[in-house]
Design a protein around this ligand. Sequence first.
Ligand code: SF4
Length: 351
Amino acid sequence: MIQKKSKNSPAKTDLKGLSAIETAEWVKEHSMDLYRGRQIREWLFKKDMATFDEMTNLSQPVRMLLKNKANLTHLTIVKVETSEDTTQKFLFRLKDGLFIESVLIPEKDHFTICVSSQAGCPMACRFCLTAKQGFKRNLTPAEIVDQIIKVRQSMDNPAKLTNIVFMGMGEPLLNYHNIVRAIENIIGNDGMNFSRRKVTVSTCGLVPFILKLGQDTHVKLAVSLNAADDKTRNFLMPVNKKYPLKSLISSCRNFPLPNREMITFEYILIKGINDRKKDAMNIVRLLSGLKAKINLIALNPGPGLDMAPSSQKEILAFREILIKNHYTAIIRKSKGQDISAACGQLSGKEE
Ligand code: SF4
């Protein structure tokens, strides 16, 4: 029996939030042929259609039944801001009036979308503006997927959107059940059919879900590291008090990694806090033996942050130590900083 999803219309089921199997069950429960489920999913996830009336290969009675028994989540685009570097930030309003943000990032030959998994975030990382909003609620699978649909609809060439990162507002692994359901529809060939190798979930270190994520979804893992000793990490990221580095790295070592893939470790460089030579050497020791890539990002400024980014010289020196010790270390230039769309800057505010 499929759970009814919508709060406002309790008798209706949100078809955007169902997996392929659940959709098949639902059409069966409503005395429709199984192929109707596949048709509906094609309209929703491949053709990005917004209403049942647009599903033109469904008969009138079927469309009427869908209107009576089902509904479709739609996020409302409130504002789109475009950065000097053409990064775009989308502000969405949810049905209950909360706001979330997604970012469309231009790369050399494709686009990446950074999606949110929660409205707000309870993890309280010191360098993050989302944290300052506090936690509102988890997003539903349909709300996660609809960020991609709405952004894709706005693009001149939607086929260029190939990469998805769960690095927007919220800690994805705190909303584990819903992100896994969304990922099923994102990578399933009866869903949006993105390559699982182009989908990355980033966590601040929720250890109990890391191995499970790898086993359940086979997507790529990124870890927001930011310090390689427990004292500094406890200061920057309270999650470390519950799941210290030893347990975090041990769960990364168990993460199922296909050949030639690596775990990405994000490291935000903050002046005088985690950018010293000894901090780089701590990374070298901590990640020893792991197939790891390290992304170095200068702290992005924001109101109320009492910390400063490391200088370019300090960042280069830090990277040099990692490279000398045979790590892949890349300096990531923050895109969309001028519109507060860069890493740690999403706040989901309308004003
Ligand atoms: S960095 Fe991520 S996990 Fe930490 S508070 Fe911000 S959104 Fe939450």
